[in-house]
Design a protein around this ligand. Structure first.
Ligand code: SF4
Ligand code: SF4
Length: 131
């Protein structure tokens, strides 16, 4: 989370990491879980992403302690999750994160259809290999 003195990348990036929360969720395997992810994505300011095979829901919402000049107003008393966030290896310095992102139910549905087709093709290939 932003460095106290606002030096380096934190000053330039505009407090990117203080403008959302991320919560890990189970990989949606059953219909009810899939429906829940679709419901998440029906809301504004919500994103779901997969990173390293783990699933997350991200809520884009500014922290109340982020000041207008993008500093942390409670820096010495900030939360554990903020302390663990390393400005040297954060989303601002990493470039494009290696993640699959869904912003809408349509994107998620298209991903599921693609996965289903890939699975079918793999099964078919396996069957043909046995002949
Ligand atoms: S995203 Fe990185 S550079 Fe930007 S405020 Fe957070 S820690 Fe600093
Ligand atoms: S508490 Fe401070 S460091 Fe943590 S998210 Fe809020 S503004 Fe950022």
């Amino acid at each position: 989370m932003p460095k106290k003195d606002g030096q380096g990348d934190c000053a330039a990036c505009g407090g990117t990491c203080c403008r959302y929360i991320t919560i890990e969720i189970e990989k949606p395997k059953h219909r009810v879980d899939v429906d829940e992810v679709r419901w998440f994505l029906a809301h504004e300011h919500i994103e779901v992403f997969i990173e390293d095979k783990r699933w997350y829901v991200q809520v884009h919402n500014r922290c109340k302690h982020l000041t207008d000049d993008n500093r942390c107003a409670i820096y010495d008393d900030r939360f554990d999750v903020c302390r663990q966030h390393d400005p040297e290896e954060c989303e601002a310095s990493d470039g494009e994160p290696d993640a699959i992102e869904f912003h809408t139910t349509e994107e998620f549905d298209a991903y599921r259809a693609r996965k289903k087709a890939e699975k079918k093709a793999k099964k078919r290939k396996k069957k043909e290999g046995k002949k």
